[in-house]
Design a protein around this ligand. Structure first.
Ligand code: TYM
Length: 344
């Protein structure tokens, strides 16, 4: 008899403890997590094993994990409502990743654009972990039989791979029964912030690994830094138009308007209506104020939490106990289905 139940709706998402979190992470992912936890059964992970795929990330991994946990809690994830834990404290993730490594095909992984971007020209020098990274991500999600995954658009392809792995498991190992074991998880990619771009180049994603500090706004940036980064953000000489169509080929302008819309919980059309005809110097002043009003309470709370690291550790340990309970049941079932479990 299988013990785990397929929940009607369960949310899973993760974030890497690498470098500074920026407003792309906040608007594209964390902000949506906060809304979801009000209604849904939510599990969020600081994915430290994923950070290990790039060896340079390791030296400061403990501190980075605590810092990202602090950011997520400061932004509004409530450990009473959601499970929050660090990935390496639930060993079932790596065990399931091995099983999925034997299901996923090299051809599927060869298509992953994120690997190509991250490995760059030195592909032979990239770790095997970086190549099979999306398999571990599939394990993260399916270990909880999650049904919905709130992420930014850059993770869409990894979600498709997760669905391929789930579907292959259902057909190859569970075909004697007429019900699927895994429901195929759906991405939740919402609103104008699904892909926040660099402040220096509207064609590249805002990223923790961009060497230019001015390309992103970090959650730890103070008001002067935010003003100066927005002031220096790339735009063009044209005023703000009336319609979204007129923003075609104006990637940097569209990006700043998307950021404004997302922080103010309004649509892009409403923002265009509000600022139509105005120049970017005026718009940038309002945008800086809006960002500061939203980010500074998070920064303040993060700093407070980082002075109480034991408190963060307690939250992560409690979260991992809850996560392990679910993970253990699901993995036991998966092993029974494959034929690895002789106990019952
Ligand atoms: P990571 O740590 O790179 O980013 C965390 C979340 O932030 C989103 N994001 C963005 N959204 C909009 N605009 C941007 N510029 C931007 N940059 C980042 C990401 O889409 C992500 O939602 N592989 C994942 C972590 C992961 C995961 C998982 C996610 C591991 N296991 C299972 C979901 C489910 C990653 O590297 O995210």
């Amino acid at each position: 008899m299988l013990k785990s139940k397929q929940p009607k709706r369960r949310i899973f998402s993760g974030i890497q403890p690498t470098g500074n979190l920026h407003i792309g992470n906040y608007l594209g992912a964390i902000k949506n997590w906060i809304n979801l936890q009000e209604e849904d059964d939510c599990i969020f992970s600081i994915v430290d094993l994923h950070a290990m795929t790039v060896p340079n990330n390791l030296p400061d991994i403990k501190n980075s994990t605590l810092e990202v946990a602090a950011a997520v809690i400061a932004a509004g994830i409530d450990p009473k409502k959601s499970i929050l834990f660090n990935q390496s404290s639930v060993p079932q993730h790596t065990e399931l990743a091995w099983i999925f490594n034997c299901i996923a095909r090299i051809g599927w992984l060869n298509r992953m654009t994120q690997f190509k971007e991250k490995a760059g020209k030195k592909k032979d020098n990239a770790t095997v972990g970086l190549f099979s990274y999306p398999v571990l991500m599939a394990a993260d999600i399916l270990l909880y039989r999650a049904t919905h995954v709130p992420v930014g658009e850059d993770q869409k392809q990894h979600l498709e791979l997760t669905r391929d792995i789930a579907s292959s498991f259902n057909t190859n190992f569970y075909k004697s029964l007429n019900k699927d074991f895994f429901r195929l998880p759906e991405p939740i990619i919402l609103g104008p912030a699904k892909r926040i771009m660099s402040l220096k180049d509207g064609k590249s994603k805002m990223s923790k690994s961009d060497i230019s500090e001015g390309s992103r706004i970090n959650l730890m940036d103070d008001r002067d830094i935010i003003y100066s980064k927005i002031k220096r953000a790339k735009t063009d000489q044209y005023p703000i138009p009336d319609t979204i169509d007129e923003l075609d080929n104006r990637a940097e302008a569209l990006n700043l308007i998307n950021i404004y819309a997302s922080f103010s919980n309004k649509s892009v059309n409403e923002i265009l209506h509000q600022f139509s005809g105005k120049g970017f110097s005026e718009f940038k002043g309002s945008l800086s104020d809006l960002i500061i009003n939203n980010v500074s309470p998070i920064t303040k709370e993060m700093k407070h939490l980082m002075n109480n690291k034991d408190e963060i550790l307690k939250i992560l340990i409690n979260g991992s106990i809850k996560a392990q309970k679910i993970a253990n049941e699901v993995l036991t079932d998966i092993k029974k289905i494959i034929g690895f479990n002789f106990k019952d």
